[in-house]
Design a protein around this ligand. Structure first.
Ligand code: AKG
Length: 279
């Protein structure tokens, strides 16, 4: 699967150059005006809608974690786009592992809030980590749900967390969202400091894996669909995670796929889901 056998899903103008990289390094994030091509956006929307249709009745559309391991090929194709991997390589060097995708669809009226968190501790991974890739498939507004980041805070290290948030009902808030940064350690004026993404469908934002970020609920009558992709170096710390299939409710172990470069620690990393005997 290393050589793309499908047309690129990325817009021809997507480019991660020196200016974009300098901004990312300095401030911990960067927002692109165009990322997906029109065809790429259509493929993502079709793929995500099919997943929502096939959702197990006990899952919510925010629960669709690592669907690339469950056969959702459009996500794999997007995650391994060579120009996207070039950006990730610029963040962390040549040996790249893809370890997480999240098809996060917030349904009309009921789409949930995601509290302040940092991705690396939240998802139990470590080492030099690049920016996460956050791609809206719908226009995101204050009505259907924005995402906000705290710029410049990617150098603050791991912040204390509250696990099993006391203020939420585990029956209504999916387990994936039961952690948050202790509000005591966030700046008092976080609301003034934050940068809010009100992005259009097919744009993209990348935020450093240690940058605090959160998102607002969907109070509108429209869907708010987002796909998130996450990477690390081949010698990064690969903490364990067991997820639940959003189709069958069967548990499955998170996999780490070597999508570019060398398996420098000789871990036997699979190069794609079809290489992965366990998956
Ligand atoms: O899109 C959202 O609502 C939240 C995404 C998020 O928190 C993440 O990607 O870690």
């Amino acid at each position: 699967m290393n050589k793309p056998d499908h047309p690129s899903m990325l817009h021809p103008s997507f480019n991660y150059g020196d200016a974009e990289h300098a901004h990312y390094v300095e401030r911990g994030y960067f927002v692109f005006d165009r990322f997906l091509s029109d065809e790429g956006l259509e493929r993502c929307r079709t793929g995500m809608d099919a997943m929502i249709e096939q959702l197990h009745p006990d899952c919510t559309p925010e629960d669709m974690i690592c669907p690339h391991q469950l056969g959702d090929r459009w996500i794999w194709d997007l995650a391994t786009e060579p120009r996207l991997l070039d950006m990730i390589e610029r963040h962390i060097g040549p040996n790249l592992v893809f370890w997480s995708s999240h098809a996060l669809a917030k349904p009309p009226r009921t789409g949930i809030e995601v509290p302040w968190h940092q991705d690396a501790p939240y998802w139990n991974v470590g080492g030099p980590l690049p920016g996460a890739v956050w791609v809206p498939l719908d226009d995101c507004s204050d009505e259907n749900g924005t995402m906000s980041i705290l710029p410049d805070r990617h150098r603050d290290g791991e912040l204390p967390r509250l696990i099993d948030r006391p203020d939420t009902d585990p029956d209504t808030v999916p387990k994936l969202f039961q952690q948050q940064i202790d509000p005591e350690v966030l700046p008092e004026n976080a609301d003034d400091l934050k940068v809010t993404y009100r992005l259009g469908a097919g744009q993209m934002a990348t935020h450093h894996t240690m940058l605090p970020h959160c998102s607002t609920p969907n109070r509108s009558m429209k869907w708010r669909r987002v796909i998130v992709l996450r990477y690390m170096t081949a010698d990064g710390e690969q903490g364990g995670k067991t997820y639940t299939s959003c189709r069958t409710r069967e548990p499955f172990e998170r996999a780490f796929y070597l999508v570019r470069g060398e398996d420098v620690l000789g871990r036997g990393l699979p190069r794609s889901p079809s290489d992965d005997e366990s998956g």
